[in-house]
Design a protein around this ligand. Sequence first.
Ligand code: KG4
Ligand code: ZN
Length: 325
Amino acid sequence: MILSIESSCDDSSISITEIATKRLIYHKKISQELEHSKYGGVVPELASRLHAIALPAILEECKPWFDQLKAIAVTNEPGLAVTLIEGVVMAKSLSIALNIPVLPINHLKGHIYSLFIGTEAQFPLTVLLVSGGHTQLIEVASHNKMTTIATTMDDSYGESFDKVAKMMGLGYPGGPLIEKLAHSGDASRFAFTVPLWQSPLIAFSYSGLKNQVRLAVEANDAADYPDIACSFQKTATDHLIQKLKKYFKSHKPQRFAIVGGASANLYLRTEIEKLLVGYNASLLLAPLEFCSDNAAMIGRCAVEEFLSGNFINHNEIVVNPRCKL
Ligand code: KG4
Ligand code: ZN
């Protein structure tokens, strides 16, 4: 079995995965959303201190499996430096105490494996990763060949929801709050411009849209927020759809997946489903509980790393906060 640790942002999570069956044996996650809510976003220093309390508490529950562990996996990139280090230090300590190797895991690769918890991976696959830290289009040929096709030039899709929620004083994380507010709104009320709609680039950008929304929030009052939320959600999603259409002109999709915390957004899911009908392509989605950060996806990815023999010694692991795929 592999014990896996995730602490790249504001979720403290540990899982145990059986190598032979790829089955998830144990999984627990303690989210810090409430603690960060009053600041309208994640405060890294606070997140780090909360991980230092939550991770050892979860680890206590894993002791019955310690003698069956073959490796310790840990998210070491990308993420917040001060929170990644909490998981990495725990992985190093366990590696020394149990005399087993470490498997460093890329968090973005982990999100892709949220699709395959307990099952075999199906590649090739075109993946849209939408989270708080990333908005990326990725071609996955195999476990070792993942190519980033497009990325955001500034804010991410999830982050833009967080920022709009903050402007409205709704709290954090903003994604579910804005989605809920949008249910009672009218998407046609505010005509926000779709980012980069005239640009031939296959890339994403959310800072301009964020500023359009800021002006609308300032010029209106709370009774208009559902319409602003609904118009914003539509424009933010239209942007993804437009760029996907552009990409699909030269790369017809066969199997497509949406992963990351913001892949829980039902409006986004529906719009992508509609888009894929035209290509006769199938859509893969992770179970809702594994869309946002969790150690189960890290453990599933770790099985592949284990089978590829990508172990390292505890003193070789480094934290790469800004690393890409
Ligand atoms: O994957 P994740 O847990 O953390 C990162 O790796 O960043 O994603 C968290 C992000 C947050 O920005 C949150 O607001 C967004 O996912 N999110 C959503 C929804 N649920 C979570 N965004 C839009 N709609 C949602 N329903
Ligand atoms: Zn994530």
